[in-house]
Design a protein around this ligand. Structure first.
Ligand code: MLT
Length: 385
């Protein structure tokens, strides 16, 4: 049997591999604690679940959904963007529902790039940016992010030839995996760069609502000229504890969304209507649960940062996301440290280098776990150091 060249280049998905490690460790009888994937352990708010149940009983919702998403769902996304970011969106042309933003992140390459094209990718970055490129035959060009540049890539340092060749650039703020926020003026620079080099910007914003200490994250589309050059991906997964539901969306430049929609309508058949109704309830219904989750994550963030700083690791207190980006102790590599705490403490974390070469020297800790388990994991890490 012969397989494609791309499949030989495509690594297994990071968290699929981590799931295998967890299963193997559990099979040996260990009590494994995963601080790996950002997957909220708290349930989806009741009013959203109730809406799904009600709509799931309606036979009209059992047929194919509309290809471009229900008009009412697209309008609820536009209303959310108006209310939250003061960004005006035409629900018919500037909003595209997705079966979770992850599929959109992978499919966008097929809309914007040809084989052999270049995409600018933050390093470290969410693995789908690189792996989506591999699937599409696109060459990822890393934009290094380090503590020196506050995990905002230095756009001026991108080689002029690479910039001219690039078709698209990924950005993600608040950032996964580093939890960094966009510096003042960064999005403006990105729009300028995009216009000067004819590069499309894809901003990934699933953590926009999970921010701490009074910080409010921005939409990239708030930036003057952003809609001329780019789109933003967002998701209901983290904001409303809906990772399992697979519902997200892209908003912004109508031409890019038309192209992405054309790819998608040829590949998938949209989101179950009952889930879209639940999505409307999530975006336009009561938002108290969002603040409740933010408070929970902020407390967990403080537990992690304070405990690890007491152990002697120099951990920054992030202003956003459900992750803490932790420098590994002296003498360890990212993978070495992740292996060490898996073996000695049965605690699972992704090594920083899994997100790109500049992630070396870090691990990522997820806050989407109950407090008692989080504390237990931290105490085990302490004991095995
Ligand atoms: C993460 O933990 O980075 C994401 O939740 C993983 C994913 O979306 O697959």
């Amino acid at each position: 049997m012969q397989f494609s060249k791309r499949i030989s280049e495509l690594p297994p998905y990071l968290f699929a591999e981590i799931d295998k490690k967890i299963a193997a460790k559990k099979a040996q009888g260990n009590d494994v604690i995963s601080l790996g994937i950002g997957d909220p352990v708290e349930p989806t708010p009741k009013h959203i679940v109730d809406k799904l149940c009600e709509e799931a009983r309606n036979p009209a919702n059992h047929q194919y959904p509309s290809y471009y998403g229900m008009p009412a769902f697209r309008k609820s996304i536009a209303d959310f963007y108006k209310k939250r970011f003061n960004v005006e969106l035409d629900p018919d042309t500037e909003v595209l529902p997705l079966i979770g933003s992850k599929e959109g992140l992978a499919h966008i390459y097929l809309a914007l790039c040809d084989e052999g094209d270049t995409a600018l990718v933050p390093d470290p970055g969410y693995p789908v940016y690189v792996n989506g490129a591999i699937i599409a035959g696109v060459k990822p060009h890393f934009m290094p992010m380090t503590s020196e540049n506050e995990f905002n890539p230095d756009l001026d340092s991108i080689d002029a030839d690479v910039a001219k060749k690039a078709k698209m650039m990924w950005l993600c703020y608040p950032n996964n995996p580093t939890s960094a926020i966009a510096k003042d003026g960064f999005f403006e620079n990105a729009v300028e760069f995009a216009k000067a080099n004819d590069v499309a910007i894809c901003h990934d914003n699933p953590y926009s609502e999970i921010t701490f200490d009074g910080y409010k994250a921005h939409s990239f589309l708030e930036t003057q000229g952003a809609k001329d050059v780019g789109i933003e991906f967002n998701s209901l997964s983290k904001t409303y504890n809906m990772t399992g539901w697979r519902i997200g969306y892209a908003v912004g430049n109508a031409k890019i969304l038309e192209a992405l929609g054309r790819v998608k309508t040829n590949v998938d058949s949209g989101i179950f209507n009952a889930i879209q109704f639940a999505g409307i309830e999530a975006l336009n219904g009561p938002q108290d649960s969002v603040q409740e989750m933010v408070n929970i994550y902020q407390e967990r963030r403080d537990i992690v940062v304070d405990t690890l700083n007491d152990i002697g690791l120099k951990v920054e207190r992030p202003k956003a996301t459900v992750f803490v980006w932790v420098p590994v102790p002296d003498g360890y590599t990212s993978e070495g440290f992740a292996e060490h705490i898996l073996e000695k403490a049965s605690v699972v974390v992704p090594p920083g280098n899994a997100y790109g070469p500049s992630g070396e020297g870090f691990i990522r800790i997820s806050l989407t776990i109950k407090d008692d388990r989080l504390k237990e994991a931290l105490s085990r890490i302490h004991d095995c150091l």
